[in-house]
Design a protein around this ligand. Structure first.
Ligand code: SF4
Length: 392
């Protein structure tokens, strides 16, 4: 069994009191300074980060090798409390587990656990909603409500591991849930610095994947720092034809497919690494031979593999799933050009189209969202400043 018996939906620890320092929101440097300022014992810093980031303990009371006096002293000034409240856990027929988290301000996000036998992957959210407005994605129709904090991103891992029979089984992470990670770069990179750091969560860098629509200014920065900022990259492409991509992914109007191609061609990938391109297939929109040939041309000088994801319709979705023959023909055009191409099952891992469904269901139940969202990308005047955002 993947999950422990789940007795209730209560918080694992109380919300952080607002006047206390929330340890999980601090950068590595600030965390060290904070702990050392409260206790000069040289081992204290390692002891506390070990409880937080490796043993998933978010309550001083359960840090059993720290004296009561020391714990009380820390608890006066700071808190390791969870930033999430588990509201709902739903297991699909294929074993995929969707978890709905409540945030302190009443909003909700979700994470998805995907058990593929030899590996267990957690799909993380980085924003509440998303302003990229990809038309095949349920989250995209919500608009952006707010960014998640670093602690809220990291806590999805900690709290999910606490649900597992065997927390060590969680080996892979994908930042592919609600939100565009590169639209929340500070908190995304802040959390990644704990996730892949051997002193903290120590996830294998190749098993951590950031998925993006191709936010070019952030990818440019990343290309300069990629040797130190090491994780895998998935590009959500949708189409290699500019006009079609703009129709289904409005972000393409700010960051066109040709500019993306040029950037990826010169991106300094590590030896042996390659980009993954996810391509959600929509019947009659991007599943033709012409589209496949455009994709072959796009990938000509880019180290890549392609995941074809037949669209999984959600209520009210403007697209339908392509026929199996179209998907196979599309794949053949790519494989005939020596491009590694896989047809993926449509589950929480493979498709942003599947993310946001639990949150949407919860919103429907509540019949309103507590904070009005900014509009998706089509209406940029309501969105926070985006570089190159003219024309929306
Ligand atoms: S696919 Fe990703 S980037 Fe696009 S709208 Fe959905 S969450 Fe946002």
């Amino acid at each position: 069994m993947l999950l422990k018996h789940l007795p209730d939906n209560s918080l694992s620890a109380p919300w952080a009191e607002s006047d206390k320092i929330a340890l999980l929101d601090l950068s590595e440097k600030k965390l060290e300074e904070c702990i050392k300022s409260l206790d000069s014992a040289p081992y204290r810093y390692n002891q506390i980060i070990n409880w937080l980031y490796r043993k998933d303990v978010l309550d001083f009371a359960f840090m059993t090798d720290i004296s009561k006096d020391t714990k009380n002293h820390f608890a006066q000034f700071c808190t390791p409390s969870s930033r999430l409240k588990r509201l709902e856990v739903v297991t699909d027929n294929d074993g995929t587990v969707k978890i709905l988290w409540g945030l302190k301000d009443g909003l909700t996000v979700e994470s998805v656990l995907i058990d593929e036998g030899e590996r267990l992957t957690l799909c993380l959210s980085t924003q509440v909603g998303c302003r990229m407005g990809c038309r095949f994605c349920r989250t995209g129709s919500m608009g952006l409500i707010r960014n998640l904090s670093q602690g809220e991103i990291v806590c999805q891992i900690i709290e999910s591991r606490r649900l597992l029979e065997n927390p060590k089984k969680l080996t892979n992470l994908v930042l592919m849930g609600m939100g565009e990670p590169l639209d929340n770069p500070d908190n995304t990179f802040g959390s990644l610095s704990f996730i892949t750091n051997p002193k903290f969560m120590a996830f294998n860098q190749r098993r951590v994947t950031l998925s993006t629509v191709g936010v070019i200014p952030q990818l440019e920065k990343l290309s300069q720092a990629f040797k130190s900022q090491s994780f895998s990259l998935t590009i959500s492409l949708g189409s290699a034809v500019d006009s079609v991509r703009s129709q289904i992914m409005p972000s393409n109007r700010a960051w066109p497919v040709d500019d993306l191609k040029k950037l990826l061609e010169r991106f300094p990938l590590r030896p042996g690494w390659r980009f993954t391109f996810s391509y959600v297939m929509l019947e009659g929109v991007n599943d033709s031979k012409k589209q496949a040939l455009a994709l072959v041309k796009f990938l000509a000088h880019i180290k890549s593999k392609v995941n074809l994801i037949p669209f999984n319709p959600w209520p009210g979705a403007p697209f339908t799933r392509p026929k199996a023959e179209s998907v196979l023909s599309f794949q053949k055009v790519l494989t005939d050009s020596n491009i590694s191409t896989f047809i993926r099952r449509t589950n929480g891992l493979d498709s942003n189209a599947a993310c946001g469904l639990l949150v949407a269901k919860n919103q429907d139940r509540q019949n309103s969202s507590p904070t009005p969202p900014s509009q998706p990308f089509e209406n940029p005047s309501d969105s926070p400043a985006l570089p190159d955002s003219q024309g929306y």
